[in-house]
Design a protein around this ligand. Structure first.
Ligand code: 4IP
Length: 175
Protein backbone atom coordinates (compact mmCIF):
# COMPACT_ATOMS: atom_id res chain seq x y z
CA UNK A 1 0.00 0.00 0.00
CA UNK A 2 1.07 3.56 -0.60
CA UNK A 3 0.17 6.86 1.02
CA UNK A 4 -2.03 8.95 -1.29
CA UNK A 5 -1.12 12.60 -0.79
CA UNK A 6 -4.36 13.81 -2.35
CA UNK A 7 -6.82 12.07 -0.09
CA UNK A 8 -4.45 11.70 2.88
CA UNK A 9 -5.16 8.00 3.12
CA UNK A 10 -3.63 4.64 2.23
CA UNK A 11 -4.31 3.28 -1.24
CA UNK A 12 -3.83 -0.14 -2.77
CA UNK A 13 -2.65 1.32 -6.05
CA UNK A 14 0.39 3.45 -6.73
CA UNK A 15 -0.79 7.12 -6.86
CA UNK A 16 2.11 8.33 -8.99
CA UNK A 17 2.07 5.72 -11.75
CA UNK A 18 2.16 8.36 -14.44
CA UNK A 19 3.76 11.75 -14.36
CA UNK A 20 0.28 13.29 -14.61
CA UNK A 21 -0.54 12.19 -11.08
CA UNK A 22 2.60 13.57 -9.47
CA UNK A 23 1.95 16.39 -7.02
CA UNK A 24 3.58 19.70 -7.97
CA UNK A 25 2.08 21.75 -5.12
CA UNK A 26 -0.26 21.12 -2.22
CA UNK A 27 -1.44 23.51 0.47
CA UNK A 28 -4.42 24.63 2.48
CA UNK A 29 -5.88 27.73 0.84
CA UNK A 30 -9.25 29.51 0.87
CA UNK A 31 -11.53 29.69 -2.16
CA UNK A 32 -14.59 31.75 -2.97
CA UNK A 33 -17.58 29.89 -4.43
CA UNK A 34 -17.48 30.10 -8.21
CA UNK A 35 -21.18 30.87 -8.37
CA UNK A 36 -21.78 28.68 -11.38
CA UNK A 37 -25.53 29.22 -11.08
CA UNK A 38 -27.32 32.53 -10.78
CA UNK A 39 -28.70 31.44 -7.41
CA UNK A 40 -25.37 30.15 -6.01
CA UNK A 41 -24.33 31.61 -2.66
CA UNK A 42 -21.22 33.72 -2.29
CA UNK A 43 -19.07 32.09 0.36
CA UNK A 44 -15.50 31.23 1.31
CA UNK A 45 -14.27 27.73 2.13
CA UNK A 46 -10.99 26.40 3.46
CA UNK A 47 -9.84 23.72 1.02
CA UNK A 48 -6.78 21.54 0.56
CA UNK A 49 -5.49 22.31 -2.92
CA UNK A 50 -3.46 19.81 -4.94
CA UNK A 51 -1.83 20.69 -8.24
CA UNK A 52 -0.65 17.93 -10.56
CA UNK A 53 0.57 18.00 -14.17
CA UNK A 54 -3.01 17.52 -15.33
CA UNK A 55 -5.38 19.03 -12.72
CA UNK A 56 -5.97 21.59 -10.01
CA UNK A 57 -8.10 19.80 -7.43
CA UNK A 58 -9.48 20.92 -4.08
CA UNK A 59 -10.60 18.82 -1.16
CA UNK A 60 -12.47 19.28 2.08
CA UNK A 61 -10.37 18.15 5.00
CA UNK A 62 -11.94 17.63 8.41
CA UNK A 63 -9.54 16.70 11.17
CA UNK A 64 -9.01 12.94 11.39
CA UNK A 65 -11.13 12.27 8.32
CA UNK A 66 -10.34 11.27 4.77
CA UNK A 67 -10.24 14.22 2.38
CA UNK A 68 -13.20 14.52 0.05
CA UNK A 69 -12.87 15.92 -3.45
CA UNK A 70 -14.92 19.08 -3.91
CA UNK A 71 -13.73 20.26 -7.30
CA UNK A 72 -11.22 19.59 -10.04
CA UNK A 73 -10.14 21.76 -12.96
CA UNK A 74 -8.31 20.27 -15.97
CA UNK A 75 -5.22 22.40 -16.57
CA UNK A 76 -5.90 22.30 -20.32
CA UNK A 77 -9.15 24.23 -19.69
CA UNK A 78 -7.45 27.12 -17.90
CA UNK A 79 -7.53 30.44 -19.77
CA UNK A 80 -5.70 32.71 -17.33
CA UNK A 81 -3.96 32.61 -13.95
CA UNK A 82 -3.02 35.90 -12.28
CA UNK A 83 -2.66 37.71 -9.02
CA UNK A 84 -5.69 39.89 -8.13
CA UNK A 85 -4.76 43.46 -7.27
CA UNK A 86 -7.40 45.09 -5.14
CA UNK A 87 -8.10 47.79 -2.61
CA UNK A 88 -11.10 45.98 -1.09
CA UNK A 89 -10.98 44.45 2.36
CA UNK A 90 -10.50 40.73 1.82
CA UNK A 91 -13.39 38.99 3.64
CA UNK A 92 -11.46 35.87 4.73
CA UNK A 93 -8.36 35.02 6.81
CA UNK A 94 -6.01 34.61 3.86
CA UNK A 95 -5.24 37.96 2.26
CA UNK A 96 -3.34 37.18 -0.96
CA UNK A 97 -5.79 36.53 -3.82
CA UNK A 98 -5.23 35.03 -7.22
CA UNK A 99 -7.61 34.06 -9.99
CA UNK A 100 -8.03 31.01 -12.17
CA UNK A 101 -10.23 31.56 -15.21
CA UNK A 102 -11.40 28.30 -16.77
CA UNK A 103 -14.25 27.32 -19.08
CA UNK A 104 -16.77 30.08 -18.35
CA UNK A 105 -15.99 30.13 -14.65
CA UNK A 106 -13.84 32.18 -12.37
CA UNK A 107 -12.18 30.77 -9.29
CA UNK A 108 -10.77 33.14 -6.68
CA UNK A 109 -8.22 31.57 -4.37
CA UNK A 110 -6.69 33.23 -1.30
CA UNK A 111 -3.19 32.34 -0.11
CA UNK A 112 -1.88 32.97 3.41
CA UNK A 113 1.14 35.00 2.30
CA UNK A 114 2.87 36.55 -0.70
CA UNK A 115 5.33 33.67 -1.16
CA UNK A 116 2.59 31.06 -1.22
CA UNK A 117 0.60 33.05 -3.78
CA UNK A 118 3.70 33.54 -5.90
CA UNK A 119 4.40 29.78 -5.85
CA UNK A 120 0.88 28.94 -6.98
CA UNK A 121 0.69 31.60 -9.67
CA UNK A 122 4.18 30.78 -10.92
CA UNK A 123 3.58 27.05 -11.14
CA UNK A 124 0.07 27.31 -12.59
CA UNK A 125 1.29 29.75 -15.22
CA UNK A 126 4.21 27.47 -16.09
CA UNK A 127 1.83 24.55 -16.55
CA UNK A 128 -0.74 26.44 -18.64
CA UNK A 129 1.36 28.90 -20.68
CA UNK A 130 1.02 26.83 -23.86
CA UNK A 131 -2.74 26.31 -23.63
CA UNK A 132 -4.47 27.22 -26.87
CA UNK A 133 -7.46 28.82 -25.14
CA UNK A 134 -5.64 31.58 -23.20
CA UNK A 135 -7.32 34.98 -23.09
CA UNK A 136 -5.57 37.97 -24.71
CA UNK A 137 -6.76 40.21 -21.87
CA UNK A 138 -7.89 39.69 -18.26
CA UNK A 139 -9.32 41.64 -15.33
CA UNK A 140 -6.70 42.62 -12.73
CA UNK A 141 -9.29 43.42 -10.02
CA UNK A 142 -12.31 41.56 -8.57
CA UNK A 143 -15.72 40.83 -10.02
CA UNK A 144 -17.88 42.01 -7.13
CA UNK A 145 -21.45 43.24 -6.64
CA UNK A 146 -22.26 42.75 -10.31
CA UNK A 147 -19.36 44.62 -11.82
CA UNK A 148 -15.65 44.55 -12.49
CA UNK A 149 -13.75 46.83 -10.12
CA UNK A 150 -11.08 47.44 -12.74
CA UNK A 151 -13.11 48.53 -15.75
CA UNK A 152 -16.69 48.86 -14.39
CA UNK A 153 -18.11 46.47 -17.01
CA UNK A 154 -21.27 44.79 -15.75
CA UNK A 155 -21.00 41.49 -17.62
CA UNK A 156 -19.10 38.78 -15.73
CA UNK A 157 -17.77 37.27 -18.94
CA UNK A 158 -16.87 40.64 -20.50
CA UNK A 159 -13.47 40.67 -22.21
CA UNK A 160 -10.56 41.59 -19.95
CA UNK A 161 -9.17 45.10 -19.76
CA UNK A 162 -5.41 44.57 -19.57
CA UNK A 163 -3.08 42.35 -21.53
CA UNK A 164 -2.52 38.86 -20.21
CA UNK A 165 1.10 37.75 -20.38
CA UNK A 166 1.28 34.00 -19.72
CA UNK A 167 5.07 34.17 -19.31
CA UNK A 168 5.13 37.04 -16.80
CA UNK A 169 6.09 35.79 -13.31
CA UNK A 170 7.07 32.54 -14.90
CA UNK A 171 10.71 33.30 -15.59
CA UNK A 172 11.95 33.36 -12.02
CA UNK A 173 11.25 30.37 -9.82
CA UNK A 174 10.03 31.57 -6.39
CA UNK A 175 11.59 30.27 -3.16
C1 4IP B 1 -21.19 26.02 -2.28
O1 4IP B 1 -21.83 26.66 -1.20
C2 4IP B 1 -19.70 25.87 -2.00
O2 4IP B 1 -19.11 27.14 -1.78
C3 4IP B 1 -19.02 25.22 -3.20
O3 4IP B 1 -17.65 25.14 -2.97
C4 4IP B 1 -19.27 25.99 -4.46
O4 4IP B 1 -18.77 25.25 -5.55
C5 4IP B 1 -20.73 26.23 -4.72
O5 4IP B 1 -20.85 27.12 -5.81
C6 4IP B 1 -21.44 26.84 -3.53
O6 4IP B 1 -22.81 26.90 -3.82
P1 4IP B 1 -22.58 25.76 -0.07
O7 4IP B 1 -21.51 24.84 0.50
O8 4IP B 1 -23.10 26.74 0.90
O9 4IP B 1 -23.61 24.99 -0.84
P2 4IP B 1 -16.92 23.75 -2.62
O10 4IP B 1 -17.11 22.91 -3.85
O11 4IP B 1 -15.48 24.10 -2.38
O12 4IP B 1 -17.62 23.21 -1.42
P3 4IP B 1 -17.50 25.60 -6.45
O13 4IP B 1 -18.01 25.61 -7.84
O14 4IP B 1 -16.93 26.91 -6.04
O15 4IP B 1 -16.55 24.46 -6.18
P4 4IP B 1 -21.35 26.71 -7.29
O16 4IP B 1 -20.54 27.56 -8.20
O17 4IP B 1 -21.06 25.26 -7.53
O18 4IP B 1 -22.78 26.99 -7.33
Amino acid sequence: RVWDRCTGSWKRTVPCQTMNNCVLLEEQLIKKSQQKRRTSPSNFKVRFFVLTKSKLAYFEHRHGKKRTLKGSIELSRIKCVEIVKSDITIPCHYKYPFQVLHDNYLLYVFAPNRESRQRWVFTLKEETRNNNNLVPKYHPNFWIDGKWRCCAQTEKLAAGCIEYDPTKNASKKPL
